[in-house]
Design a binder for this molecule. Structure first.
Ligand code: GLU
Length: 443
């Protein structure tokens, strides 16, 4: 069976780590099975949906490398929802309701007060034609509920949660359309999933009850429901999806110098039985993607883990992958020399400044000054063609008897202006003979 998945954000804001993870998993599931991955904008809410968010979401997915095989917008499909609604109405599966929000709230409170589940009592189903006519005359328009089939238990085999069961008697008939004719999420999503041939709906476990309701909508529309998988939610290191995490998205990652592959490496694996590994490309994640590996416990997102993973990915990136982001002048050798010291590609700039100079001469006492003068003379004398750093330090060891830190540290300080940094063996050839001699002379 060919697989089609979809990612269905409401364009009411930017993507955050939680929905980036859902998008990624849907993309991986489609790619792992040679299937299709669709982007669907759930933009029935004209008030809150923005074109700028639509564009930002596309750009975020592009940045992450999640390509799509198609795109749809619910706001362009209202005629489809109208047709589905009419079909359900003819089949007697939707009914008009006239309760005000206050009346509904009161009903809820009464039931809860009696220790009963706050299930809608279907009072609207008992309205007479006359009562309905009276409402209409008074200028009241109804909202619409989907009538669940109480004799038909709801069950599905969830690819992550295993067998799921719901007793429809314990669920309220969901409101699918508001008084003003606008759509709630429930029906349009079901119709789209049918018409777009979605085979697998993979989403957060906050949608489990919706799935129970939607399964009956699929069936009422004469369609077999797709396969469902509900993943445990993403939480922060403090144990919940905090506000901070809820606003953490691609923009923040870019600013912090996080590579897209660090984000995908982390979000593909947290909450699964597989280890988080630094993959600079998506292919290994596609190959190893398996819903059987997903756990039921919340996936924990840890910013420090992301940063550490990012550093490990930067250490693997070839020159070609970063060349357009490096300061002018860095070549392959330069990149490979400084790469192991970077947490982000952006930090290359700072290290490259060390190579290019100027480097401020260190403040040294007379003894170290004398040592550096000897070092400068040695640097003039050695062979620079092969491995000048070892040639220089070997010569100095023999000449001064220094070893370890007293041998190396003053050289590093004079040559780089810092106490730590990239391997000197790689840095020194980049600094070059003349500049190295000048720095050792502290001019
Ligand atoms: N727009 C819905 C959401 O973002 C989509 C849920 C779904 O995948 O069906 O929650």
């Amino acid at each position: 069976m060919s697989v089609t998945t979809r990612f269905a954000p409401a364009p009411t804001g930017r993507l955050h780590v939680g929905n980036i993870r859902t998008a990624l998993h849907n993309w991986l599931l489609a790619r792992a099975r040679g299937g299709r991955f669709l982007l669907r904008f759930d933009d029935t809410d004209a008030e809150r949906s923005r074109q700028s968010h639509v564009e930002a979401i596309r750009a975020d997915l592009d940045w992450l490398g999640l390509d799509r095989d198609g795109e749809a917008r619910q706001s362009e499909r209202f005629d489809h929802y109208e047709a589905g609604f009419e079909a359900l109405r003819e089949a007697g599966r939707v009914y008009p309701c006239y309760e005000t929000p206050q009346e509904l709230e009161l009903k809820r409170k009464v039931l809860l007060g009696r220790g009963r589940p706050p299930v809608y009592d279907r009072a609207a189903l008992a309205l007479t034609e006359r009562q309905i006519a009276d409402f209409e005359r008074a200028g009241r328009t109804p909202h619409w509920r989907f009538r669940l089939d109480h004799d038909h238990p709801i069950a599905w085999d969830d690819l992550i949660r295993g067998p799921q069961h719901f007793d429809p008697n314990l669920l309220s008939d969901p409101v699918i359309r508001r008084e003003d004719g606008s759509w709630l999420y429930m029906l349009p999503s079901t119709i789209d999933d049918i018409e777009m041939g979605i085979t697998h709906v993979l989403r957060g476990e906050d949608h489990v009850t919706n799935t129970g309701l939607q399964i009956q909508i699929f069936e009422a529309l004469g369609e077999a429901p797709p396969t469902f998988a509900h993943e445990a939610l993403l939480v922060g290191s403090e144990g919940k999806l905090s506000k901070r995490l809820g606003s953490l998205g691609v923009e923040a990652f870019r600013e912090a110098g996080i590579e897209p592959s660090a984000v995908t490496s982390l979000l593909a694996r947290i909450g699964t039985a597989d280890p988080v590994e630094p993959f600079a490309a998506l292919a290994p994640l596609v190959e190893s993607f398996d819903l059987d590996r997903f756990g039921r416990a919340p996936a924990r997102f840890d910013r420090t883990e992301l940063e550490a993973l990012n550093a490990r990915i930067v250490h693997q990136l070839p020159y070609e992958a970063v060349a357009d982001r490096l300061p002018a002048g860095i070549d392959v050798a330069g990149w490979e020399a400084i790469r192991p010291n970077l947490r982000t590609v952006g930090e290359a700039e700072g290290w490259w400044r060390i190579v290019e100079g100027p480097v401020a001469p260190p403040n040294v006492d007379a003894e170290i000054a004398a040592y550096l003068d000897i070092a400068a003379a040695s640097a003039e004398a050695i062979d620079w063609s092969a491995d000048p750093w070892h040639a220089l330090t070997d010569a100095l060891k023999a000449e001064t008897g220094r070893k370890g830190k007293p041998l190396f540290l003053p050289l590093r300080q004079a040559l780089t202006g810092r106490e730590s940094g990239p391997e000197m063996a790689k840095l020194l050839p980049l600094i070059g003979k003349d500049e190295a001699v000048r720095r050792l002379r502290r001019k």
